[in-house]
Design a protein around this ligand. Structure first.
Ligand SMILES: *[C@@H]1O[C@H](CO)[C@@H](O)[C@H](O)[C@H]1NC(C)=O
Ligand SMILES: *[C@@H]1O[C@H](CO)[C@@H](O)[C@H](O)[C@H]1NC(C)=O
Ligand SMILES: *[C@@H]1O[C@H](CO)[C@@H](O)[C@H](O)[C@H]1NC(C)=O
Ligand SMILES: *[C@@H]1O[C@H](CO)[C@@H](O)[C@H](O)[C@H]1NC(C)=O
Ligand SMILES: *[C@@H]1O[C@H](CO)[C@@H](O)[C@H](O)[C@H]1NC(C)=O
Length: 361
């Protein structure tokens, strides 16, 4: 019980701390965005391809995009993350959507200190008026509510790995989901929503009340290429030696549709495009990161296409209409037709048999 409350309080403190540091860190006065708004990330239909284990070999035949990571509050090429680009890939199996993030960074992990290691987040547009800039961009009164900010909802997923063991799965779990919120006390992989940088809540929580119908719909895991073992447990921390060069891998999945009825989850539709972005935190020069000190793959939404089966690369060769099954079913129906004529003929012939009343027998 104590551990539970502690975890909830820790998450709240983390969120409050991030909100606090956001208020004190203002974005560049001349914030402007030169984005290529036509960036498309394509999720093809690939059933039975991806295992959520932190290993990325299963993604090698799936095309992704590489993005420079620019500071979210000052998207200037000169200030890009110097470790390299982030590769983002997406896929779906008709039920779940999968994401893979890969970014070159030296290994760093400090148990219990999320801000001393890599961290990632997704943002998706929910409300049609939600802008990328300022996380939904709800302006107006100091307090946001689902009424005053209607139309500016963004869906967030944040994974802070200070507690999470590499290769293990975090996110939606029975304990937090039974309480009906988007928290994850085990791994800090939270399902969050917001209207602007100052108004962010775990799914289910809100300024005008809590609703216990919410869930954490995400699952995810992380890995670093310098790790050689697998089947890590908590006592193995820190898993590898500090500052080893390599890449962090993150894998996530979520149902295309969720049970949300509060406008707190983005809903994905096969054949449709959604708007998203990805953020990255890293302790540059060993200095702990803070909430607003993140990099972003773009300074505007990028397009996420959830492609139907049969589109482009996954196209299956079309068989001729006269394949074996069609021929067989035609033969079968001809035989059935002949039998029915024969039976009909027999029945009509037996009509000539004189009728014998029952009581005469
Ligand atoms: C980093 O996280 C630790 C533990 O949560 C906290 O005590 C510390 O203040 C954080 N540092 C910064 C710069 O946010
Ligand atoms: C979005 O903004 C437009 C123009 O201000 C408005 O007409 C529309 O109702 C808004 N949509 C929502 C969902 O609030
Ligand atoms: C706002 O949220 C509260 C609490 O979850 C809910 O009772 C109310 O119906 C919501 N209002 C709107 C306009 O969605
Ligand atoms: C919602 O839940 C949070 C966390 O348990 C709590 O701090 C907050 O007071 C609750 N809000 C309302 C309006 O009950
Ligand atoms: C790793 O790099 C950071 C930042 O450059 C430095 O502060 C730290 O001492 C290094 N750690 C080790 C074990 O070399």
């Amino acid at each position: 019980m104590l551990g539970r409350n502690f975890a909830v309080v820790t998450i709240l403190i983390l969120i409050l701390a991030q909100t606090g540091s956001l208020s004190s860190h203002h974005e560049a006065a001349n914030w402007h965005c030169d984005s290529n708004t036509d960036s498309h990330l394509q999720a093809h239909f690939n059933p039975g391809r991806i295992t959520l284990d932190g290993q990325v070999d299963d993604w090698k035949d799936i095309d992704g995009s590489a993005f420079s990571l620019l500071p979210a509050l000052d998207p200037d090429e000169d200030k890009a993350y110097n470790g390299g680009k982030m590769t983002v890939k997406a896929s779906h199996d008709g039920k779940e959507v999968f994401f893979m993030l890969q970014v070159d960074s030296d290994y760093t992990y400090s148990e219990g200190f999320s801000n001393k290691t890599a961290s990632v987040a997704f943002m998706f547009q929910i409300g049609e008026n939600a802008s990328y800039h300022r996380m939904g961009g709800c302006e107006g009164p100091d307090t946001c509510t689902n009424k005053s900010c209607k139309g500016h909802e963004v869906d967030l997923m944040h994974f802070s790995i200070g507690k999470a063991i590499p290769g293990r799965l975090y996110g939606g779990n029975l304990v937090d989901n039974s309480e009906g919120n988007g928290g994850d006390r085990f791994g800090h992989l939270g399902d969050v929503y917001g209207w602007n940088p100052h108004c962010r809540y775990l799914d289910g929580y809100g300024p005008s009340g809590n609703d216990t119908s919410a869930q954490n719909d995400w699952k995810g895991t992380w890995w670093h290429s310098s790790l050689t073992d697998s089947g890590f447990v908590k006592d193995d921390s820190p898993y590898s030696s500090s500052n080893q060069s390599g890449a962090y891998y993150f894998e996530f999945s979520r149902s295309l549709r969720t049970m949300d009825h509060l406008q707190q989850d983005a809903q994905f539709t096969i054949g449709k495009t959604s708007k998203m972005s990805v953020a990255f935190w890293y302790p540059i020069d060993g200095k702990p990161w803070h909430g607003s000190g993140h990099f972003s793959i773009s300074c505007d939404w990028i397009q996420l296409d959830i492609l139907p089966d049969g589109s482009e690369l996954t196209k299956v060769p079309q068989r001729s209409p006269w394949d074996a099954a069609t021929a067989f079913s035609l033969l079968f129906s001809v035989v059935a037709f002949c039998i029915s004529i024969f039976v009909g003929h027999r029945v009509s012939r037996t009509k000539n048999v004189p009728f014998t009343p029952m009581n005469d027998l």
